[in-house]
Design a protein around this ligand. Structure first.
Ligand code: GLA
Length: 395
């Protein structure tokens, strides 16, 4: 058993104890799902393109028990003391108001609702959730919660759904109940992750392959730099980028930006306004970078992908305009201090950057980034290493 397994088991036992303290009896079972970082392929998912995320060793655990009625009681290690309650028969996503302390409850409620809409008859249930995926850091704490809950409720209902179906239930909960217009990448990464592998996913047809990352063989560590600038996907920039991409595809006469290649860019430049063109150029080049990164991982290993990560960051900064001063500083400083490649990860406008760092340089990179942030008067970032870990599972 690895040290992480030991910690996971102890953590799971604590979640079972907390469940029992809340509900007065033991849970039927525990399910766990990870957050993710995206190695490369940003905002390509809803353009039916390519992504290369991996599940990380930061997880959300739910303890769940079925009830004999249709009531749902949701409690957490981070919300209000009293559980959020509702009835599956009267649940209405339009009017569901769990209040600020229970805002997280929209995710499990949404998953239950979407499972029912998909024809699964979900029993009433009690649920306790605990997580060490930081919230608002661009590491998909929401997908981790959705995937843990979807796995748990499908099991309670005796429904035999594929991991990809559960991922889709999670995405629909996020789109239709939480109200964030996100794509499919995060849930696929959380459901399909594997030790030391990235998930190379084609978001057009859902086909995927697990690509060995080989960070250890390459002597590299993936550092996450959480800038503590919180992002909110339900509002603002993310939806605006999605709308620009849809407009670009429509004006170019294609079903999705996935259908465009570098050879189409001169025509795109001649018919699109400058901003839409830059959004389109990012997507076209980012899809190419994802394919090249997956190829390089297989042919030459992780040490060869640094320049592609750097190029991806520049494209997000200059063409897609989803970075921010803190993310740019994290990336530039990490590179200058020894990282072989670095980029922001996730939806953008805050959240985290990743940096691939040779083992001996980790301390130097961390110190340089902390100092640079202090020097700019930015909030101190959280810096930690992540490993590519397994996807959702029953404990
Ligand atoms: C968020 C969304 C994903 C994806 C990324 C950007 O994480 O949830 O679907 O669009 O942003 O790549």
């Amino acid at each position: 058993m690895t040290p992480t397994d030991t910690a996971g088991t102890a953590g799971a036992a604590a979640v079972a104890v907390a469940f029992t303290a809340h509900f007065g009896h033991a849970p039927d079972g525990l399910w766990q799902a990870p957050g993710r970082v995206n190695l490369i392929g940003e905002h390509t998912d809803y353009n039916e393109g390519l992504v290369l995320p991996f599940a990380i060793d930061r997880t959300t655990t739910v303890a769940v028990a079925a009830r004999s009625d249709r009531r749902v009681l949701l409690a957490s290690a981070f919300g209000a003391a009293a559980p959020v309650e509702f009835d599956l028969d009267t649940f209405n996503p339009e009017t569901f108001e769990p209040g600020p302390a229970g805002a997280w409850a929209a995710y499990p409620a949404g998953v239950a609702w979407e499972l029912e809409r998909a024809g699964v008859s979900v029993p009433g249930f009690e649920l306790f959730v605990s997580s060490d995926v930081p919230v608002g850091a661009g590491l998909s704490s929401s997908a981790a919660l959705e995937c843990a809950v979807a796995s748990a409720l499908a099991a309670l209902a005796g429904a035999d759904l594929a991991a990809t179906d559960l991922a889709d239930i999670g995405r629909r909960a996020e789109n239709n109940v939480v109200g964030a217009p996100t794509g499919i990448m995060d849930q696929y990464a959380s459901m399909l992750g594997a030790e030391d592998c990235a998930v190379y996913l084609d978001c057009r047809d859902g086909s995927f392959a697990r690509v060995p990352l080989g960070l250890e063989e390459a002597g590299l560590v993936c550092l996450v730099i959480d800038t503590k600038v919180s992002h909110a996907h339900a509002s603002g920039g993310y939806a605006a980028r999605r709308a620009s991409c849809a407009r670009g595809a429509e004006l170019m006469g294609v079903a999705a930006l996935r259908d465009l290649g570098a050879a189409d860019l001169p025509r795109a430049e001649s018919i699109l306004d400058g901003e839409t063109f830059r959004r389109v150029r990012h997507i076209v080049h980012e899809n190419e970078r994802v394919a090249r990164t997956a190829g390089l991982l297989e042919s030459r290993g992780a040490a060869a992908i640094g320049a592609l990560l750097d190029a991806s960051h520049r494209s997000m900064r200059d063409d897609f305009e989803i970075s921010c001063p803190e993310l740019d500083l994290a990336v530039d400083t990490a590179r200058a201090a020894g990282a072989i490649g670095a980029r922001m990860t996730g939806g953008g406008f805050g959240g985290s950057a990743i940096a691939l760092v040779p083992g001996p340089d980790i301390g130097r990179v961390e110190e340089a980034v902390q100092q640079a942030f202090a020097g700019h008067g930015f909030r101190a970032p959280d810096i930690f290493a992540v490993r590519a870990a397994a996807g959702a599972r029953r404990l």
